[in-house]
Design a protein around this ligand. Structure first.
Ligand code: EPU
Length: 418
């Protein structure tokens, strides 16, 4: 297994390009299942999760082709509307095929995603919504089986905002008969991006980005060309590499409007942020100031950046309070950060991070994607060498992270495993 080796201490400086968004691409590619025809996606990041979804769609009979950052999906023929355990277990977002499949094929069989490193992550809201649209749901042998001759529009109130739940039901409702109103929706930028893609395919969706989304069902959709939005989580992680090293980085292709809450925390930590039409610059102080934060659904501070900001705060001047409200088990990076000399105490959903003057490099191991990123960040600041194991987590969601960081001066390299 590959690992990443970092020799800390370099102050990062320079320019770097943001890749396309993983969490925007996944539902947009799943939406191609709604269409008989060949849709193309531009600016698709080269990531393990995207390849997994490609394999899944291929398993169903769709034709997937990739040329550089352009990916096409032709789902004219769906022979097997099924997502098997072997693929779903490696990527929970596979559940995104459920809505499109039942809407297009009248049936779907999708392995139930189990719990994962960051929490239990049930899909009850996805299933409740599909039932409201008239699908019959059976759970047997670890699979969800959904059937409906044609879905019917309905009013659905989510118990809590769920990102992929909102996306699944938006997609299912595009081909339902009549009007669907989704309430208490997630408002993440990726949901707005999905609305744009669906509308380009001929759907009638509006309201994404607000609590209420309405979908006026149409009999069929057509193929479309879709441009993927920049990855806000990758963008902020790269800015955090400057924050933790006292650096100065300019990001090309980032969208500041997707990052308001996260950029506000960078400013509170003492960084100067300059926003221009297509770029974002951070000039960071030698050590960040302590900052309190709480994760929340968009437009709040994203849970997907909690580990990275915590890594920066381990070397802050003073104590910070971090509250995780989205996932019940998302402090797994704390033990590893502690092995590098961080001073973090956890009490339930709260972590108190007391800034230290130095971290020391160590071999560390991550349990999930964003936790891995936080360990890389800590390694950039630490004295000596840090080796981050289980790099396959990083490869799921960061395109060429070590190349990007080394292009701005980090001493980082991938060590090929056996
Ligand atoms: N929840 C339920 N029932 C449901 C669905 C969700 O109780 O039916 C709960 C979850 O357990 C969690 C909360 O609702 O406590 C929010 O979860 P959500 O459904 O919004 O998460 P998700 O859709 O599974 C997406 C991202 C995650 C990101 C979360 C939160 C994708 C493919 N994944 O997951 O991204 O952390 O939203 O913003 O969009 C990552 O990229 O590293 C990642 C984990």
């Amino acid at each position: 297994m590959d690992s990443i080796e970092i020799t800390g201490g370099a102050r990062l400086q320079g320019e770097v390009q943001v890749s396309g968004s993983k969490n925007a691409t996944l539902p947009q590619i799943a939406a191609a299942l709604l269409v008989s025809g060949r849709s193309t996606f531009h600016g698709v990041p080269d990531l393990a999760d995207i390849r997994t979804l490609g394999r899944l769609l291929g398993h169903m009979g769709a034709k997937i082709e990739r040329q550089g950052a352009e990916l096409s999906v032709d789902a004219s023929l769906i022979t097997e509307p099924e997502a098997p355990y072997e693929l779903v277990k490696t990527m929970r977002a596979s559940v995104l095929v459920l809505g499109p499949l039942v809407a297009r094929c009248g049936r779907a069989r999708v392995s139930m995603p189990g719990g994962c490193a960051i929490g239990a992550r049930p899909i009850d809201q996805h299933l409740k919504g599909l039932e409201a649209l008239g699908a019959t749901i059976d759970l047997a042998h670890g699979y969800v089986e959904a059937r409906a001759s044609r879905l019917r529009g309905a009013k659905i109130l989510f118990d809590l905002p769920t990102v992929t739940g909102t996306e699944n039901l938006m997609m299912a409702a595009t081909l339902a008969e009549g009007l669907t109103v989704l309430e208490n929706c997630a408002r993440e930028p990726e949901i707005l991006a999905l609305q744009d893609a669906l509308n380009a395919m001929g759907a009638k969706v509006q309201g994404a980005g607000s609590n209420t989304i309405t979908i006026d069902g149409v009999p069929s959709l057509h193929a479309a060309a879709v441009k993927v939005i920049p990855d806000r989580i990758e963008a902020w992680t790269l800015l955090a590499a400057a924050l933790i090293t006292g650096g100065d980085i300019t990001l090309r292709g980032a969208r500041a409007q997707d990052l308001d809450a996260a950029l506000a925390k960078m400013r509170e930590a003492g960084a100067r942020i300059t926003i221009s039409a297509d770029s974002l610059r951070i000039e960071a102080p030698e050590r960040p100031e302590a900052v309190d934060f709480i994760t929340a659904p968009f437009p709040g501070f994203p849970t997907d950046l909690q580990a990275q900001l915590m890594a920066c705060l381990t070397v802050a001047k003073g104590a910070s309070r971090v509250v995780e409200t989205i996932f019940e088990n998302r402090f797994m990076h704390v033990q590893e950060l502690s092995r590098m000399g961080a001073d973090v105490a956890i009490d339930g959903h709260t972590a108190i991070v007391r800034g230290v003057t130095r971290l020391s490099g160590a071999p560390v191991m991550a349990t999930d994607l964003r936790a891995s990123a936080s360990l890389v960040l800590a390694g950039l600041r630490a004295e000596g060498t840090t080796t981050v194991h289980r790099v396959y987590h990083l490869d799921r969601g960061y395109e060429g992270l070590e190349q990007k960081l080394s292009s701005v001066g980090a001493r980082i390299r991938r060590v090929k495993g056996a």
